[in-house]
Write a protein that binds this ligand. Structure first.
Ligand code: OOG
Length: 252
């Protein structure tokens, strides 16, 4: 049954077609929802995609309020989800995509389970400004916690800006998402679990609960600092984080 749900979500993502929430007909435990996510991403890996990291979701109050869900969630990132900095996406490849301002970590050491701040800091290879493009496969972008977990936490794309040294300070940095150069959302790196490093610590803990670990070379997206913005064709979306080089992409 979980395999069928994984197939359904995989097909919905591949064909950019929305489906009814799974919770309308099936009550999944969180554990089962993560199993559906794993099976569904497993289908992408079987088609040759590579796992390149993880993303955390609902790490900010603004996101929890926007979506009406208040628990930390995590999803998987594959290589084909990467959008080049300055690149262009076609909205026909998505159901109803949205963009969010984020911070990305690249790791140089493995991390798994309960780790201290010092261990997490020592595992960071580089940090960057990032944009996550999320896209729910559910109609009207509406879901329960288990629905969104099964749907790989709405992961669909990400842009990472130029990398900076691991010791770049990330305390309370203003973060702005602009649409065509005009501010659409403003937050702070502090809005991400009080500090983005806490997201990395949480990511290590969360994936370990499911037998996985963060690996050297992998990317971790710390979660959005603000609510997400719906995309329309012909836009340029940029994210500026004070002290970090910005990144952008455009839509058609
Ligand atoms: C779920 C993904 C949330 C974040 O950064 O909080 C997320 C969603 O809102 O569809 O990526």
């Amino acid at each position: 049954m979980l395999k069928q749900l994984a197939d359904k979500l995989d097909q919905a993502a591949a064909n950019a077609q929305s489906i009814t929430q799974l919770s309308a007909s099936t009550q999944l435990s969180l554990h089962e929802a993560y199993e559906v996510q794993k099976l569904s991403i497993g289908l992408r890996l079987l088609r040759g995609e590579k796992l390149v990291g993880y993303k955390l979701g609902f790490t900010s109050r603004a996101k929890m309020e926007q979506m009406g869900v208040d628990d930390l969630i995590w999803g998987r990132l594959t290589d084909t989800m990467m959008i080049a900095d300055g690149g262009q996406i076609s909205l026909s490849d998505y159901v109803h995509p949205r963009a969010e301002p984020e911070i990305a970590f690249r790791l140089k050491h493995p991390l798994s389970g309960k780790v201290s701040k010092e261990t997490a800091l020592a595992a960071i290879d580089a940090v960057a400004c990032a944009i996550e493009v999320i896209d729910s496969r559910y109609q009207n972008f509406k879901f329960s916690l288990s629905d969104v977990i099964a749907d790989n936490c709405s992961s669909t794309g990400y842009v990472v800006g130029p990398w900076h040294d691991a010791d770049t300070q990330l305390d309370n940095l203003p973060m702005v998402l602009k649409v065509d150069g005009v501010e659409a959302q403003r937050g702070s790196s502090m809005d991400i679990l009080d500090h983005p490093l806490n997201s990395l610590i949480e990511a290590a803990r969360c994936v370990a609960e499911y037998g996985e670990s963060l690996q050297p070379g992998q990317i971790v997206l710390a979660g959005a600092a603000t609510a997400a913005v719906a995309l329309a064709p012909g836009q340029t979306i940029s994210v500026e984080v004070e002290g970090l080089a910005s990144c952008h992409f455009s839509t058609m």
